[in-house]
Design a protein around this ligand. Structure first.
Ligand code: FES
Ligand SMILES: [Fe+2]
Length: 355
């Protein structure tokens, strides 16, 4: 599936970057192949629009903010958050702003400290992170990095228990125990919930993370998949520590994504420092990054094409495929993949004249 070719994916919210990134001016972002500009209005809320001035196409992200408006850095045209051009400094009062002088505005809001954007009318709300703002829980922005991979690969990997022994043999995976534990899966209106308990190695470096000094600990997990590209890994340890990870895989284009990761913990900075939690999960996630960047970004969603083969532990990834294919069908789309694209027509050969 080539994500930029599936218009329905434009109808979901995606996390772009922390709201505080807008403190020093407008920022560019590429979402599903679309160049957008995000800026902060005078009340602190974010706004987003196409990053292309309708005068001479300059990137508005090179400009600045005045009040609630984004100002183009080339000739100073100003746009409001609906995309309407509201000021052309070169026009005297007798001239009106040309009808239709506007740019496309996008749905934009702040949630969980992040800027979220939907390119077209959203089909559903931003996923609920119930720990956010709950007494006793701290929120940690853990990861923000660009991966040369696609959100679908991250989603299937997130529910794939059969890779731990191999990909994570350097951290918590146990190479001698490759048999994966199975999930108890319940499909929901937002995607699915997958529960399981899994025994993992607990090396000394992880003792503060798990709250235990035992050689092995059990992760009791209530994980969730939110269509299309968000997930929760909700881990509770017997020590009483909750380690709730939320990921948003934000598609930049067909080959790249931004991995955003929040963590909620019900312990304190003295129990386990923010830096330690970032370092530990970064180490684990880098192991995933390394292998996912070595997979094909054009994920075969329709299993009937038999481009990929499956095993029983791939069940969550197959449910994700089924749900996304149903979403496409509901909106009159078919999966678009590389070999289904029309061939590139070669330009006619040019004959060079001999001197
Ligand atoms: S290109 Fe933006 S004002 Fe001229
Ligand atoms: Fe992993």
């Amino acid at each position: 599936m080539l994500v930029t070719r599936q218009p329905v994916l434009r109808r979901f919210w995606y996390a772009l970057f922390p709201v505080t990134d807008l403190d020093d001016g407008p920022k560019p972002f590429t979402l599903l192949g679309e160049h957008i500009v995000v800026w902060k209005k005078s009340d602190g809320s974010p706004a987003a629009a196409r990053d292309r001035c309708c005068h001479r196409t300059a990137r508005l992200s090179k400009g600045w903010v005045e009040g609630d408006h984004i100002v183009c850095g080339y000739h100073g045209w100003q746009y409001d958050c609906s995309g309407a051009c509201v000021k052309i400094p070169q026009l005297g009062t007798e001239h009106k702003i040309p009808a239709g002088a506007r740019i496309t505005a996008y749905h934009c809001q702040a949630r969980y400290g992040y800027v979220w954007v939907a390119l077209d009318d959203p089909l559903r709300d931003i996923p609920d992170f119930p720990e956010d703002g709950q007494p006793g829980y701290r929120r940690i922005f853990q990861l923000y990095e660009t991966w040369r991979s696609t959100p679908m690969r991250l989603m299937e990997n997130s529910f794939d228990n059969s890779h731990f022994s191999f990909v994570h043999k350097g951290t918590f995976g146990d190479l001698d125990n490759p048999l994966p534990s199975t999930y108890d899966i319940e499909e929901t209106d937002y995607g699915f919930e997958a529960r399981q308990s899994v025994s993992i190695l607990n090396p000394p470096q992880a003792h503060d993370v798990t709250g235990s000094t035992e050689a092995r600990v059990t992760r009791h997990m209530v994980n969730r998949y939110y269509l299309p590209f968000c997930r929760r890994m909700g881990v509770s340890y017997d020590s009483g520590i909750d380690h709730m990870v939320y990921n948003c895989a934000t598609p930049i284009d067909d080959e790249r994504m931004v991995l955003v990761q929040w963590l909620y913990r019900n312990d304190t900075e003295q129990d386990c420092s923010t830096q330690k939690l970032i370092d530990w999960d970064t180490r684990v996630t880098r192991e995933d990054k390394d292998i996912l960047e070595a997979t094909d970004h054009d994920v075969c969603m329709d299993t009937r094409r038999k481009e990929e083969f499956h095993m029983p532990s791939d069940k969550p990834g197959l449910i994700i495929r089924k749900q996304i294919l149903a979403l496409l069908a509901e909106h009159g789309e078919q999966e678009v993949f590389r070999s289904a694209l029309p061939p590139i027509v070669a330009a006619p050969a040019r004959h060079t004249q001999e001197a």
